[in-house]
Design a protein around this ligand. Sequence first.
Ligand code: AMP
Length: 282
Amino acid sequence: MQVLRTVAELRRWSRALRAASGNTIGLVPTMGALHAGHASLIRAARAGCTHVAVSLFVNPTQFGPHEDFARYPRVFEADCAVAWAEGADVLFAPAVEELYPNSADSTLVEVPVLSQRLDGQSRPGHFRGVATVVTKLFIAAEPDRAYFGQKDAAQVAVLRRMTADLRLATEIVVCPIVRDADGLALSSRNAYLTPSQRTQALILSRAVRHVESLVAQGERRASVLLASAHGVFAAEPEVRIDSIALVDWATLEPVETAVPGTLFAVAARVGSTRLIDNAILS
Ligand code: AMP
């Protein structure tokens, strides 16, 4: 596995492969601290493409001024081991200046409206940062497919809309949420949790499962499903709800009635750690 540090190197790698027929490039964008969720994306890329690049970049523009950019886990050696074990061909790990050469007045990519919904409401500018860095990665790697987790379902909606609006050639592939045995969705931020906070955090997946079971029993009314999800959180009063929503997965607009494909999404703070979870209702 090669470690590449510059856009020029990544582009050279990609272009050389594209010159030969039959090659397909899969890109797995990550911020590192790789866990089994990331590994599942790399495996999906491995299965779907002839060549796989994993990017490792803690993207400053998607963090708010009081968020955890400085303390976000950075474990390069361990990440190399995971990417290597899962069969990545290339690990793209640029410095901040490489992706943002003119940081003072950088060009930004914004998906209007969607960027302000769900996580965008409590994290202003977050999705602009995501759309911007993913655009840079797509331009550099020219991937046939890029792999993202359903865990960040609003991000998927923003990126699907962005690729459609810009008529980008990259296909967005969405992979299922990988969870610990007790249901907690894997996240690099779980490392911030104390043992007791980790127990409290299970309330997110419990709320998701609860809503899924109500839907399975035939309940469709958003007002009932949302009230019921709020009720689940009452069992963990120290967990502060950020948002609980039932939305159309494409537009992120609230719905009144759940239908197959509706996104149920929760975000909550456990201590100072913001966690998210969701289900696409069937
Ligand atoms: P991150 O490093 O947190 O920016 O995540 C990189 C990619 O991994 C994103 O597409 C995430 O949605 C995905 N991801 C993160 N956690 C999980 C998980 N538990 N299961 C599946 N994919 C995940």
